[in-house]
Design a protein. Sequence first.
Length: 296
Amino acid sequence: MELLNTSEAARYLRLGERKLYELVAEGAIPCTKMTGKWLFPRDELDRWLRSGLTRPAAMTEGEPPPIVGGSQDSLLEWALRESGSGLATLTEGTETGVRRLVRGEVVAAAIHYHTDSDEAASSDANVAAVRANTGLHDAVLVGFARREQGLLLQPGNPKNLHSVADVLKSGSTMAVRQPGAGAQMLFDVLLKRADISVRDLNLLDPPCLTGPDLAAAVRSGQADCGIATCAAAKSAGLDFVPLLFENFDLVLRQRSYFQPPMQALMGFVSGPRLRQRAADLTGYDVTPAGKIRYAR
């Protein structure tokens, strides 16, 4: 630890010694007193200076923690473990994950946006969302997989449900996800296309925080159906009616892409083990895995 005396600290901070003593008296600056003299740890002064920085909204502070936020996905969680990346997960849904990424609270966010907008139709919803987010001025969008989303149903599909319209007609109870989750965005799009008001449906409350949580609600009989992935249906032993394939991607800062944890993951997802695991889970196309789909 490098210790500066009063005059050295004043020069380092470009302050007068009188002002420095005022800060000491106010307890507003890191320092210690030894043998009657004030000493200032240089590294603590650096931290003190950084803590007072005013940053534009799009800037983040320091390196983000090694956490992948955003959407839950069984194949991604397996890949993070098996790759030796050291990356943890914080699964709270697509939009919450992106907000955490912008604030520097996660190193990446797993996303699957759904929208009816013209811009998304001309490219795709994930690319359009990243392009429109001013907080992601230095983002890179890396493909992970295309996933099959659909209706999860109790074994045997006793209520003969094949669409959201069927759910409405039958009066079935539908499990839903929290606002901002990709599956909930898809649900909203389907309601709009079918001209159905959410108020006319019987929805399970509270919302389920992940796809496996939704699958468990259907499996236990709390709900008759819900929207999640084919992999979630298979894992829970549920019937599945496919609706569409979606892009499931990772968005992160360009500088984070080149760090060892993300490079370990990128190296792993291009290998044969990911393809085999995807086939075992079902409902995945891993052709996009590791490919950069968009960069700003």
